[in-house]
Design a protein around this ligand. Structure first.
Ligand code: HEC
Length: 186
């Protein structure tokens, strides 16, 4: 009697397990081929990177980047520096993804020299949690945005020199002007 009850319980549990494993509501997904992509690096402040999914590409797939929407075009433009996730979805709704990293385009020699000068001459006051005038001259984008104010204060001393103790050596001011004349680019 006791044995029969146990057998009954065992049978019920087994049928639940079998039922859930053979439940045909769960559609089996096709294996999506491994995602291949082509990466074009980005400017550090103006996102202009490009991510292109090169495989799998055909009409059965749609594509998405990060939190975006699925689209038929496998090319994404205006992408920022950093890690991104590419998604591929097939016509049955099965998805696959891949992590990719967009790097920063290489900096020019003029910018590198100016950044080094500002780091030595300005960073004591213009960096950290509360930089003077809200300008952090160890940050690439702050330097690029405020090139005209850097010229005014550090090269021309207008309305007063920066640092306030006196203008930096002429050789360094010349390097700042060379960078500005060439278009104050990254
Ligand atoms: C000893 C601290 C100190 C150093 C070093 C220093 N600054 Fe400043 N900076 C200040 C303070 C304080 C202010 C805000 C008061 C002012 O504008 O005069 C300021 C403001 C500024 C501003 C914003 C005001 C404007 O005119 O647009 C710029 C730009 C600037 N500094 C550039 C520089 C540059 C470039 C260097 C390095 C070559 C530099 N500073 C070095 C203290 C410093």
């Amino acid at each position: 009697m006791k044995k029969n009850r146990l057998a009954g319980i065992f049978f019920s549990i087994t049928s639940i397990l079998i039922f859930s494993c053979t439940n045909t509501d769960i559609q089996e997904c096709n294996v999506i081929p491994e995602i291949s992509s082509r990466i074009t690096n980005s400017h550090p402040c103006m996102p202009n990177g490009v991510l292109e999914i090169t495989s799998p590409v055909n009409v059965n797939y749609s594509y998405k980047i990060d939190q975006g929407k699925f689209q038929s075009n496998p090319v994404f433009e205006g992408i920022s520096v950093g890690q991104h996730t590419l998604f591929v979805k097939d016509d049955r709704g099965c998805e696959s993804s891949k992590e990719v990293v967009v790097d920063t385009i290489p900096k020019g020699i003029e910018f590198a020299e100016v950044a080094a000068i500002l780091k030595t001459r300005c960073a004591t006051c213009h960096s950290g949690v509360n930089p003077h005038a809200g300008m952090d001259f160890t940050k690439v984008c702050d330097i690029l945005t405020h090139w005209d104010r850097i010229q005014a204060r550090a090269v021309e001393g207008n309305p007063s020199p920066m640092p306030s103790t006196g203008l930096i050596p002429i050789a360094e001011r010349t390097k700042i002007m060379d960078w500005i004349k060439k278009g104050h680019a990254f």
